[in-house]
Design a protein around this ligand. Structure first.
Ligand SMILES: [Zn+2]
Length: 193
Protein backbone atom coordinates (compact mmCIF):
# COMPACT_ATOMS: atom_id res chain seq x y z
CA UNK A 1 0.00 0.00 0.00
CA UNK A 2 1.37 3.39 -1.02
CA UNK A 3 1.21 6.08 1.60
CA UNK A 4 0.67 9.75 0.94
CA UNK A 5 3.81 11.68 1.96
CA UNK A 6 2.32 14.55 3.99
CA UNK A 7 5.75 15.95 4.97
CA UNK A 8 6.66 16.32 1.31
CA UNK A 9 3.30 17.96 0.48
CA UNK A 10 3.78 20.39 3.37
CA UNK A 11 7.26 21.38 2.16
CA UNK A 12 6.07 21.93 -1.39
CA UNK A 13 2.96 23.93 -0.48
CA UNK A 14 5.32 26.22 1.44
CA UNK A 15 7.30 26.68 -1.80
CA UNK A 16 4.12 27.38 -3.78
CA UNK A 17 3.14 30.09 -1.30
CA UNK A 18 6.58 31.66 -1.79
CA UNK A 19 6.22 31.35 -5.57
CA UNK A 20 2.88 33.17 -5.35
CA UNK A 21 4.69 36.04 -3.68
CA UNK A 22 2.98 35.42 -0.35
CA UNK A 23 4.69 35.34 3.02
CA UNK A 24 4.30 31.78 4.33
CA UNK A 25 5.37 32.94 7.80
CA UNK A 26 2.55 35.46 8.21
CA UNK A 27 -0.21 34.78 10.72
CA UNK A 28 -2.86 33.54 8.27
CA UNK A 29 -0.51 31.28 6.27
CA UNK A 30 1.73 29.89 9.02
CA UNK A 31 -0.26 26.70 9.39
CA UNK A 32 -1.44 26.51 5.77
CA UNK A 33 1.13 23.99 4.44
CA UNK A 34 0.28 21.65 7.32
CA UNK A 35 -3.47 22.14 6.82
CA UNK A 36 -3.25 21.54 3.05
CA UNK A 37 -1.18 18.37 3.61
CA UNK A 38 -3.79 17.09 6.05
CA UNK A 39 -6.61 17.94 3.65
CA UNK A 40 -4.83 16.22 0.74
CA UNK A 41 -4.33 13.12 2.87
CA UNK A 42 -8.10 13.01 3.32
CA UNK A 43 -9.38 14.06 -0.13
CA UNK A 44 -6.84 11.84 -1.93
CA UNK A 45 -7.26 8.82 0.32
CA UNK A 46 -8.09 6.65 -2.68
CA UNK A 47 -4.56 7.22 -4.09
CA UNK A 48 -3.37 4.71 -1.47
CA UNK A 49 -5.24 1.84 -3.09
CA UNK A 50 -5.40 0.16 -6.48
CA UNK A 51 -8.78 -0.85 -7.94
CA UNK A 52 -7.99 -4.45 -6.97
CA UNK A 53 -7.31 -3.42 -3.36
CA UNK A 54 -10.57 -1.43 -3.22
CA UNK A 55 -12.42 -4.48 -4.59
CA UNK A 56 -10.88 -6.67 -1.88
CA UNK A 57 -11.70 -4.09 0.80
CA UNK A 58 -15.41 -4.07 -0.08
CA UNK A 59 -15.77 -7.66 -1.12
CA UNK A 60 -18.76 -8.28 1.12
CA UNK A 61 -21.27 -9.95 -1.13
CA UNK A 62 -24.31 -12.02 -0.39
CA UNK A 63 -25.16 -14.93 -2.57
CA UNK A 64 -28.69 -14.66 -3.70
CA UNK A 65 -30.89 -16.82 -5.81
CA UNK A 66 -32.40 -14.16 -8.01
CA UNK A 67 -33.74 -16.33 -10.74
CA UNK A 68 -37.32 -15.75 -11.65
CA UNK A 69 -38.18 -18.20 -14.33
CA UNK A 70 -38.51 -16.66 -17.77
CA UNK A 71 -37.30 -13.23 -16.66
CA UNK A 72 -34.02 -11.37 -16.77
CA UNK A 73 -32.64 -10.87 -13.30
CA UNK A 74 -33.68 -7.60 -11.71
CA UNK A 75 -31.15 -4.85 -11.81
CA UNK A 76 -29.92 -2.84 -8.88
CA UNK A 77 -29.69 0.92 -9.33
CA UNK A 78 -28.24 3.36 -6.83
CA UNK A 79 -28.92 6.88 -8.03
CA UNK A 80 -27.52 10.28 -7.14
CA UNK A 81 -24.54 9.29 -5.03
CA UNK A 82 -22.91 12.59 -4.06
CA UNK A 83 -19.19 12.91 -4.67
CA UNK A 84 -16.43 15.32 -5.53
CA UNK A 85 -13.06 14.77 -7.08
CA UNK A 86 -10.03 16.61 -8.46
CA UNK A 87 -9.16 16.66 -12.16
CA UNK A 88 -5.69 15.45 -12.97
CA UNK A 89 -5.15 18.20 -15.56
CA UNK A 90 -5.49 21.16 -13.20
CA UNK A 91 -5.86 19.55 -9.77
CA UNK A 92 -9.12 21.53 -9.83
CA UNK A 93 -12.26 20.53 -8.00
CA UNK A 94 -15.02 18.59 -9.75
CA UNK A 95 -18.14 19.38 -7.75
CA UNK A 96 -21.93 18.93 -7.69
CA UNK A 97 -21.07 15.44 -8.78
CA UNK A 98 -23.93 12.94 -8.93
CA UNK A 99 -23.16 9.33 -9.73
CA UNK A 100 -25.61 6.57 -10.69
CA UNK A 101 -24.42 2.99 -10.47
CA UNK A 102 -26.46 0.13 -11.91
CA UNK A 103 -25.72 -3.57 -12.28
CA UNK A 104 -27.52 -6.80 -12.96
CA UNK A 105 -26.46 -9.32 -10.29
CA UNK A 106 -25.32 -12.75 -11.43
CA UNK A 107 -25.37 -14.64 -8.16
CA UNK A 108 -23.60 -12.21 -5.88
CA UNK A 109 -25.15 -9.05 -4.46
CA UNK A 110 -23.09 -6.27 -2.92
CA UNK A 111 -24.38 -4.21 0.03
CA UNK A 112 -25.76 -0.88 -1.18
CA UNK A 113 -23.65 1.13 1.26
CA UNK A 114 -20.56 -0.60 -0.17
CA UNK A 115 -21.36 0.85 -3.59
CA UNK A 116 -21.25 4.35 -2.09
CA UNK A 117 -17.95 3.50 -0.34
CA UNK A 118 -16.45 2.32 -3.63
CA UNK A 119 -17.54 5.60 -5.28
CA UNK A 120 -15.98 7.51 -2.39
CA UNK A 121 -12.59 5.76 -2.74
CA UNK A 122 -12.47 6.09 -6.54
CA UNK A 123 -13.30 9.81 -6.50
CA UNK A 124 -10.71 10.54 -3.79
CA UNK A 125 -7.97 10.45 -6.40
CA UNK A 126 -6.61 12.73 -9.10
CA UNK A 127 -9.11 11.77 -11.73
CA UNK A 128 -10.76 12.24 -15.08
CA UNK A 129 -14.54 12.01 -15.07
CA UNK A 130 -14.42 9.21 -17.67
CA UNK A 131 -11.93 7.26 -15.58
CA UNK A 132 -14.08 7.58 -12.46
CA UNK A 133 -16.73 5.72 -14.48
CA UNK A 134 -14.42 2.96 -15.68
CA UNK A 135 -12.78 2.54 -12.24
CA UNK A 136 -16.18 2.13 -10.54
CA UNK A 137 -17.37 -0.28 -13.26
CA UNK A 138 -14.15 -2.36 -12.98
CA UNK A 139 -14.49 -2.66 -9.21
CA UNK A 140 -18.22 -3.49 -9.30
CA UNK A 141 -17.43 -6.18 -11.89
CA UNK A 142 -14.62 -7.58 -9.72
CA UNK A 143 -16.76 -7.68 -6.58
CA UNK A 144 -20.04 -8.96 -8.02
CA UNK A 145 -18.83 -11.02 -10.97
CA UNK A 146 -21.48 -9.26 -13.06
CA UNK A 147 -20.67 -8.24 -16.62
CA UNK A 148 -23.61 -5.84 -16.81
CA UNK A 149 -22.67 -2.54 -15.21
CA UNK A 150 -23.52 1.09 -15.94
CA UNK A 151 -22.08 4.20 -14.34
CA UNK A 152 -23.51 7.62 -15.19
CA UNK A 153 -21.83 10.78 -13.91
CA UNK A 154 -22.76 14.45 -13.99
CA UNK A 155 -20.43 17.07 -12.56
CA UNK A 156 -19.25 20.65 -12.71
CA UNK A 157 -15.54 21.07 -13.33
CA UNK A 158 -14.08 24.15 -11.67
CA UNK A 159 -11.31 24.21 -14.30
CA UNK A 160 -14.15 25.10 -16.71
CA UNK A 161 -16.50 27.09 -14.47
CA UNK A 162 -14.01 29.23 -12.53
CA UNK A 163 -11.29 29.89 -15.10
CA UNK A 164 -10.67 29.91 -18.84
CA UNK A 165 -14.00 30.21 -20.63
CA UNK A 166 -15.88 30.55 -17.29
CA UNK A 167 -18.73 28.42 -18.43
CA UNK A 168 -20.36 28.65 -15.04
CA UNK A 169 -23.29 26.30 -15.48
CA UNK A 170 -21.88 23.72 -17.85
CA UNK A 171 -22.02 20.17 -16.59
CA UNK A 172 -20.06 17.28 -17.96
CA UNK A 173 -22.01 14.10 -18.51
CA UNK A 174 -20.38 10.68 -18.98
CA UNK A 175 -21.66 7.15 -19.33
CA UNK A 176 -19.69 3.96 -18.82
CA UNK A 177 -21.73 1.06 -20.18
CA UNK A 178 -20.78 -2.58 -19.95
CA UNK A 179 -22.48 -5.79 -21.01
CA UNK A 180 -26.24 -5.57 -21.57
CA UNK A 181 -26.31 -1.84 -20.82
CA UNK A 182 -24.13 -1.29 -23.87
CA UNK A 183 -26.46 -3.05 -26.28
CA UNK A 184 -29.93 -2.88 -24.73
CA UNK A 185 -31.36 0.63 -25.13
CA UNK A 186 -34.56 -0.29 -23.29
CA UNK A 187 -32.58 -1.43 -20.28
CA UNK A 188 -30.47 1.72 -20.35
CA UNK A 189 -33.65 3.80 -20.58
CA UNK A 190 -34.92 2.28 -17.36
CA UNK A 191 -32.06 3.79 -15.36
CA UNK A 192 -32.28 7.21 -17.03
CA UNK A 193 -35.48 8.39 -15.42
ZN1 LIG B 1 -9.29 20.22 -15.38
Amino acid sequence: MKKIDTAKIEKNIYEILLALGADPECEGLKETPKRVAKMYEEVFEGMNYSNEEIAQKFDKTFSADLDVEGHTKDMVVVKDIDAFSYCEHHMALMYNMKIDVAYIPQDKVIGLSKIARIVDMVTKRLQLQERIGTDIADIIQMVTGSKDVAVIIRANHSCMTARGIKNVNSKTYTQTLRGKFETDAVLLNRIMY
